[in-house]
Design a protein around this ligand. Structure first.
Ligand SMILES: [Zn+2]
Ligand SMILES: [Zn+2]
Length: 785
């Protein structure tokens, strides 16, 4: 508690007292010391305290200074804080002097909660590398402007005893910083130094510690020699190898049993990133944000990164060090680029606990760089890209969770469980939805355990007890089964939301649109209201419901799920639907299939055995990739489509330069709610002609992208003609495809549409739960009215 007297002259002026309630991300981010400094500088008296609604400030002094104070609140906000609203009210002046910081109180509802984890700030980085500083080379330094938050916090309020720093009592030097309102470390909950804080050590796969004067240096020695290192980070363990060594990357892939999927690469700084990738200014600023996401950027040819890091695609996922320990690795000139991939087996959740890591990674890592600050929340690295000129989150996790995303209408306490793959759930109340971190695929027990662990944590964090649950319409999803059971146990209401409706609703809610809009939901797969697999949809969408205006024409998906792993099956389904004879030798060669295999699939199609019908846009991309790239099988979902986009880049960076293949809009009767079918049969004929003429495959890939965009622009025009709606919301996993996103936006804008794209919420299945919240909240509201 610090006080400062107000001058006698100012005391004589007319004094005012005001209450100021600030809502947003204002706890654990140095907001109180910031306000304290402002009050000092403006010579104002009063107090500040955290409460569950935000921070409450009382301020007293001359009106002009109070005004200046309030303006500076929003202009000079500390880097990690985010002000959502400021409400002021008049109070009776008390004539009191001094400014006090009042201790935290815990009350009912919470709208502020825990901040997200933030990368080491410039001040801390300077101290880390300064031999004269008392924290020189201390791998856990942080301050109110940086450091771990979400991942080390057990519950609110965000105070040291509620974090995994509770077991490290501060030394007198750290405590003095923590208590001094003018210090950068005032109330920095994870504050520590080498005297009192966590420590780092190296150990072998047998769990025995490896003696070393300098464990970080020894770890580097081993990685330079080709070792696979498990490194404990902020939200979990990474598996790391020298990214410039083909042999080391191959070793990691072989031990992890993961071959095709691109690996993220951490590089020293922006300059290094520029040397490895061709970066746009937007990509550079994304790379440097506090959240430090992995950014997909164009690889520079011959950049020295092992080709096996991101085989078959022209992009590299790069990111910068965000923890002091990582900065120390890169402080060694031998370290240029490190593969840093989430430490897990295939699609399991990332390992966080030391014993868990020893057990799960013992057969993969040659050594472990460990530390003893417990990670309380699993949180993968976030992944972002600049799509069509603007940043877009492909995976929202570390650095973004648990920040809330605004909703355009008030929601009762609600849980939305998301989808199946790349699962993210959302809790909502009032004007905000809080999305969980990326949880991975909800296919097995481990995935479900992570889901439940995280749900429990976030329910406690935000003190939200859901009154209803929204889930995907798909009856077979684990998330659906779980939601129904959980709701039944608690007597809660369940609301099923169609997959592509949720995608469009997410985009609408993000932009505060009321609807109806024309929603283009271009996606992998989602369960439709007719029991078929949808994914190339033009929907006339409101929050409460939708009408299907048009869709890609149904084609057989021989083998169901197997057709996702083996795109040649999808290609065969498409060609068959387009009337191509798939048993002739030329077509078999294109499919990379034997006659017998093709015959089996044809029989399945004819008899309808294990062959669902699909209108999926993602699967169309797969099918085209199977033919154009001769990719028979994939190692991860959407691999073929991503490679096809990569191939098109070789043709031209300007997607608008290519001409379109023909597509046909068939049928459709809006009055009778009969959707238009978008037939790609003529597209296939054109594409096969180009192949026969031995036209460049890159050119074919480019033309294909142009054709799909043109087809959906045409469908949107038809929708506008009958409904008069001019707003288009773009959503679905295919909107990760930069070429397609840009072509659609430019095509629609040229046609006079107003186009809305995702920003904070992923267009893919990671954004589904946010859309489910929007739909469920709207349905419940309309019932109340
Ligand atoms: Zn700092
Ligand atoms: Zn200390």
């Amino acid at each position: 508690m610090t006080e400062r007297s107000v001058s006698e002259r100012e005391r004589q002026e007319l004094l005012q007292r005001r209450g100021v309630l600030v809502r947003g991300v204002v706890q654990g981010v140095g907001f109180r010391p910031f306000v304290y400094r402002l009050a000092m500088e403006e010579s104002l008296a009063g107090s500040i305290g955290n409460d569950t609604d935000g921070v409450t400030i009382e301020i007293e002094g001359p009106p002009a200074r109070i005004l200046a104070f309030i303006q500076r609140l929003t202009k000079e906000t500390p880097p990690l804080a985010r002000i959502d609203s400021i409400v002021t009210r008049e109070l009776e002046a008390t004539g009191g002097a001094g400014f006090k910081i009042v201790a935290s109180e815990v009350l009912g509802g919470v709208s502020t909660g825990i901040p997200a984890d933030a990368a080491t700030c410039a001040d801390c980085l300077r101290e880390l590398l300064d031999p004269a500083d008392r924290r020189f080379r201390y791998p856990f330094l942080n301050c109110t402007n940086c450091g771990p938050r979400f991942t080390i916090t057990r519950r609110i309020p965000y105070d040291r005893p509620q974090t995994s720093m509770a077991r490290f009592p501060m030394c007198p030097a750290c405590q003095a910083e923590y208590d001094d309102p003018l210090n950068r470390r005032f109330h920095a909950q994870p504050n520590a130094c080498s005297e009192c804080g966590p420590r780092v050590w190296l150990e072998g796969p047998d769990g025995r510690s490896i003696e070393s004067e300098d464990p970080i240096r020894t770890a580097i020695d081993r990685m330079v020699a080709g070792a696979v290192m498990a490194i404990k980070g902020i939200g979990g363990f990474h598996l790391s190898v020298d990214a410039t060594s083909e042999a080391a990357v191959a070793r990691l892939r072989q031990r992890k049993n993961r071959y095709g999927k691109p690996l993220a690469v951490m590089v020293r700084d922006l300059e290094a990133a520029r040397a490895f990738c061709v970066m746009t200014p937007e990509e550079e600023s994304l790379l440097q944000t506090n959240a430090r996401p992995i950014v997909l950027a164009r690889s520079r040819a011959g950049n020295g990164i092992a080709l096996s890091v991101a085989p078959g695609i022209p992009w590299l996922g790069v990111f910068l060090p965000y923890a002091p320990l990582q900065h120390l690795l890169f402080a060694d000139p031998r370290v240029k680029a490190l593969v840093m991939t989430s430490a897990n087996l295939s699609e399991e959740p990332i390992a966080i606990d030391n014993d868990e890591a020893r057990a799960r990674l013992g057969a993969i890592a040659d050594a472990f760089l460990m530390h003893d600050r417990e990670i309380l929340q699993r949180c993968d690295d976030s992944v972002a890209a600049v799509v069509d000129g603007a940043p877009q989150l492909l995976r929202r996790a570390r650095g973004f969770v648990p920040l809330g995303t605004a909703l355009s209408l008030e929601s009762p306490p609600l849980l939305a469980v998301g989808g199946h793959l790349k699962n993210v759930f959302a809790l909502a109340r009032g004007k905000f939805a809080y999305q969980s971190q990326h949880l991975g695929d909800l296919e097995n027990l481990t995935g479900l355990e992570f889901f439940q662990e995280s749900l429990k944590h976030l329910m406690r964090t935000f003190e939200i007890e859901p009154e209803s649950i929204a889930h995907d319409l798909h009856p077979g999803y684990l998330s659906t089964t779980w939601a129904k059971q959980w709701a039944a146990e608690r007597g809660l209401r369940v609301i099923a939301v169609q997959h592509h409706h949720a995608h469009v609703a997410a985009c609408m809610a993000e932009h505060g649109l009321k609807g109806p809009v024309i929603g283009l939901s271009l996606d992998g797969t989602g369960y439709g209201t007719d029991g078929r697999i949808w994914g190339g949809e033009v929907l006339i969408c409101g929050f409460e419901g939708f009408e299907r205006f048009a869709h890609l024409d149904y084609v057989p998906m021989p083998g169901g799920e197997a057709a996702i792993r083996e795109p040649w099956r999808m290609a065969l389904g498409h060609l068959h639907a387009a009337g191509v004879n798939v048993s002739d030798s030329a077509t078999l060669r294109l499919l990379g299939a034997k006659e017998q295999e093709a015959r089996v699939l044809l029989r399945m199609i004819e008899r309808g055995v294990n062959t669902p019908l699909t209108s999926s846009c993602g699967r169309l991309f797969d099918a085209v990739a199977a033919i154009v790239l001769q990719r028979r099988e994939v190692d991860y979902e959407a691999q073929a489509a991503i490679e096809l986009e990569g191939l098109a880049v070789d043709e031209s960076d300007d997607p608008t330069a290519s001409s379109a293949y023909q597509v046909e809009l068939c049928g459709g009767d809006w009055e009778n709610r009969e959707p238009i079918r978008i037939s790609v049969a003529p597209l296939w004929r054109g594409l096969l002609d180009d192949l026969r003429l031995e036209k460049s495959r890159a050119g074919i890939a480019a033309r294909f992208h142009t054709s799909i965009a043109a087809a959906f622009v045409q469908a949107a025009q038809r929708a506008r003609a009958v409904t008069g709606i001019g707003q288009v919301a773009l959503s679905g996993g295919c909107m990760h495809n930069r070429r397609l996103a840009r072509l659609l936006r430019t095509g629609l804008e040229a046609g006079g549409f107003e186009v809305f794209k995702h920003r904070q919420v992923s267009p893919g299945d990671g954004g589904l739960s946010y859309g489910q919240v929007a739909v469920a909240a709207a349905i419940m509201r309309s019932e109340r009215e």
